[in-house]
Design a protein around this ligand. Structure first.
Ligand code: HEC
Length: 186
């Protein structure tokens, strides 16, 4: 556990990672399964008729999102379908202000962060992603309880972000040791 003054540079790094969104994920973290935001963007990019903005303004349950995603026949695994559905139910529709910006720019990074985005941005200030995250097997309740530890209380994530994170993590963690790049196994 590092002292606070050692953590400060990491806060800057995390802000950068959050700001650069997909770019950081595309490269350094490509070994982690995609989160709901990325899956949704891929699906809308490849599906005809429904633009991202129409989809971002829609409200559906987890089951409805799963069936909608499956109907696109994009070859997503059950885990990916569930990941997308878990994210979309919690984070869509996006607020009218962001929706307006989305319509204008088509920039998918305006969608709320998904579980992968959040893990990368929030879980490596004080310990490594590998030791504190990638190797842990928990269900949704178990991941949610991470935030109750005294040393995790200050993590700046909203309730929706915590739930989004817990859903992604329950479905997609742990990774296998050999799937993590050697330089991150610490
Ligand atoms: C503010 C610093 C800090 C941040 C940010 C942080 N942790 Fe931790 N975490 C700790 C400390 C301190 C411990 C206990 C000592 C240790 O293992 O280093 C710990 C331990 C853990 C453990 C093992 C103990 C337990 O609670 O089961 C897990 C799992 C964990 N962290 C997950 C996470 C996840 C997931 C995130 C991101 C959502 C995160 N941590 C972000 C400080 C932090």
């Amino acid at each position: 556990m590092r002292q606070l003054f050692h953590r400060l540079p990491y806060l800057g790094l995390a802000a950068l990672l959050l700001a650069s969104g997909t770019n950081a994920q595309d490269t350094q973290y490509a070994f982690m399964p995609p989160g709901g935001r990325t899956l949704l963007l891929e699906l809308t990019a490849n599906s005809e008729g429904e633009g991202l903005t129409g989809i971002a303004g829609r409200k559906m349950t987890r089951d409805e999102w799963r069936d909608w995603a499956a109907s696109k026949d994009a070859g997503l695994s059950e885990t990916a379908l569930a990941t997308l559905a878990g994210y979309a139910e919690l984070n869509l529709p996006v607020g009218s202000e962001n929706l307006a910006k989305l319509v204008e720019s088509g920039d998918g990074s305006l969608l709320p962060p998904d579980g992968k985005d959040l893990a990368i941005a929030q879980c490596q200030f004080c310990h490594s992603l590998f030791s504190g995250y990638l190797m842990h097997e928990r269900d949704e309740v178990g991941w949610k309880s991470t935030f109750k530890s005294p040393f995790h209380l200050e993590i700046p994530m909203s309730e929706v972000e915590r739930d989004t994170f817990a859903r992604y993590s329950a479905l997609n963690m742990p990774l296998r040791y050999e799937d993590v790049p050697p330089e991150l196994r610490f």
